[in-house]
Design a protein around this ligand. Structure first.
Ligand code: SAM
Length: 206
């Protein structure tokens, strides 16, 4: 019997399938991506992303019914949870293998009709139907902060809100939010205070 590429997981009483990064075929694809010179930051399931997915399941109104684009989706489960709640789904990343593996993960979860957009979210032209952008754990250094800021400015100009969930590694996320403070609305996340850099901060920009 062939070993499946995904494993069953449960979140908030709902069943999902999550890509198995220990599967030899998955490991091989990730190694191919590294060999091609792509910086790989998606090769594990972050506990933080799991926490944010549970938060989304507790607050489906944040995403439900939207035409959702997940920026820097990697192989994060936020695309799966978001895709279940949203009306339509687009995924973006600049790592082609991440998108390929995410599509497999989405298909395993019954989400087959997904458009992939490969490229930097800093230069992303939003499809006109998109009315919400989501980014989970996409600000982790100066470069990602700059690219997210460029995306936020374009989304603001287009009147499309962006939901961001991040830690505050190196203070990059809080400095970015300070620069966009007049457009930023904090969303209460259990256990997070805005001055606690080790906890998840969730905001809507726009
Ligand atoms: C820390 S991982 C998080 C992945 C996923 N969102 C999650 O929570 O598991 C960051 C992701 O952002 C992607 N990324 C970083 N900079 C990017 C950029 N400028 N444009 C598109 N994707 C980017 C990486 O390839 C990676 O998949």
């Amino acid at each position: 019997m062939t070993r499946p590429l995904v494993r069953a997981v449960e979140m908030r009483g709902e069943s999902f399938f999550r890509l198995d990064f220990d599967h030899p075929a998955v490991e091989a694809r990730v190694l191919d991506e590294m060999a091609a010179g792509v910086d790989v930051y998606y090769d594990r399931h972050w506990p933080f992303t799991q926490e944010f997915c549970e938060f989304l399941l507790d607050h489906p109104e944040l995403v439900r019914g939207h035409n959702l684009l997940v920026a820097g989706a990697g192989v994060g489960m936020e695309a799966v949870v978001g895709g279940r709640l949203a009306n339509r789904l687009w995924i973006n990343d600049w790592a082609p293998v991440a998108l390929e593996l995410q599509v497999l993960q989405l298909e395993a979860n019954g989400l087959g009709a997904v458009a992939s957009i490969c490229g930097s979210f800093g230069e992303l032209e939003l499809p006109p139907e998109v009315d919400l952008v989501l980014g989970c754990f996409v600000v982790y250094d100066g470069e990602t902060a700059g690219a997210v800021e460029a995306m936020l400015e374009r989304n603001l100009a287009a009147g499309v809100p962006t939901l961001l969930a991040d830690l505050d590694l190196g203070g990059h996320f809080s400095r970015l939010l300070d620069r966009l403070s007049e457009h930023t609305h904090r969303i209460a996340f259990p256990g997070s205070a805005s001055d606690d850099t080790s906890r998840i901060q969730v905001v809507r920009v726009g």
